[in-house]
Design a protein around this ligand. Structure first.
Ligand code: FPP
Ligand code: MG
Length: 343
């Protein structure tokens, strides 16, 4: 892989239109969409409807986009684009969707992306089984790719997803969380899958270790940034925009970046926030609103934006190791999109 220009920009407000960013891989995404809704397990029409429902529920396809853009950006010259990259994108999106179906059971969530969740519309048992079926579909994708290194990468992702949820569960209503633990949890819950999607295509393309590692780091930093922005939106956005209840992290006793930034000041407002969390006062509507006020009035939002920008910058930096292309430009645009998204 050739070395690259040093013209990566850091303008956070540019390229915020996701459709335009993903345009270079629009036809690949269409191929992935077709495969996503195919029931690879059996021909039960009820299951086919459920699959269509979860995949058509307004997902942004960021993971599909990253996987395909990175695959295209590292495609060896004068070669055909292999169908295996489409399967890789479907694998990545399917694992993400399966984990959300299970997550909504764990959280008892009624709404996702503005639509009723499977557990609410039917029940927890059906949602668990649908999540399992999606993981089974993902295994079939992995088998089709037939690459033991990629099997290992995605096996680690599945373990990370579970480990991240367990870490989170065990830290509810605790102020023992520090930045290190918070970032580790974010890697498990989110960044591990981003990184898998961003560097597995380069492995299939037979790229050098330098390029594979750069893309892994790109996805890792972008995934951490994505999760921190998610946690920020819980504090700054509203239920209508998010398509899920705002403030629910705080209400559930989760200490994320905005709260951490205030807690580490150890001043009066920090002590009050700590008390709200430890006493579980934060679980009431009144307590959540007070915590939101404390965070907003004491620099929690600004400090969190600064942390997101640091990870976004590290993510972009890795792209310098790729040859210039419109796919690389879009990978860069995705960083800006993730940083400035509002839902
Ligand atoms: C959303 O978190 C959830 C995740 C990013 C991962 C959830 C993972 C699991 C439930 C484990 C999956 C199981 C297997 C077998 C791999 P969130 O609740 O913070 O975000 P939300 O507000 O969008 O729900
Ligand atoms: Mg959830």
């Amino acid at each position: 892989m050739s070395t690259a220009s040093s013209s990566i920009t850091t303008n956070v407000s540019s390229n915020s239109d996701l459709t335009a960013i993903l345009e270079p891989v629009a036809s690949d995404i269409a191929a992935a969409e077709e495969l996503l809704e195919t029931n690879l397990i059996d021909d039960n029409p009820f299951v086919a409807d459920l699959l269509a429902q979860v995949f058509q529920a307004g997902g942004k396809r960021i993971r599909t986009g990253i996987t395909l853009l990175a695959s295209r950006a590292t495609q060896p010259v004068q070669t055909e684009f292999s169908r295996l990259h489409i399967v890789l994108a479907v694998l990545t999106e399917t694992i993400h969707t399966a984990s959300l179906v299970h997550d909504d059971v764990i959280d008892g969530a009624a709404v996702r992306r503005g639509k009723q969740t499977v557990n609410r519309k039917w029940n927890d048992r059906l949602a668990v089984l649908l999540g399992d079926l999606l993981f089974a579909q993902a295994s079939i994708c992995l088998a089709r790719i037939m690459n033991p290194v990629i099997v290992g990468i995605y096996g680690q992702v599945l373990g990370d997803l579970c480990a991240g949820e367990i870490r989170q569960m065990r830290s509810q209503y605790s102020c023992e969380v520090d930045w290190d633990a918070y970032i580790r949890k974010s890697v498990c819950k989110t960044a591990s899958l981003f990184a898998a999607g961003s560097h597995s295509g380069a492995i299939l393309n037979g790229c050098s270790d330098d390029v594979v590692t750069a893309l892994k780091e790109y996805g890792m930093n972008l995934g951490i940034c994505f999760q921190i922005v998610d946690d920020l939106l819980d504090v700054t956005s509203n239920t209508e925009k998010l398509g899920k209840p705002a403030g629910s992290d705080l209400q559930g006793g989760l200490v994320t970046a905005p709260a951490l930034s205030v807690l580490e000041r150890n001043d009066g407002p920090a002590l009050r926030l700590k008390e709200l969390i430890r006493s579980r006062g934060i679980a009431t509507e009144e307590g959540t609103n007070e915590a939101l006020e404390i965070i907003r009035a004491n620099g929690g939002v600004e400090a969190t934006i600064a942390v997101c920008q640091k990870y976004a910058q590290s993510s972009k930096q890795q792209l310098l190791k790729l040859r210039p292309s419109r796919f690389r430009d879009s990978l860069e645009g995705l960083v800006d999109y993730v940083l400035t998204r509002t839902s």
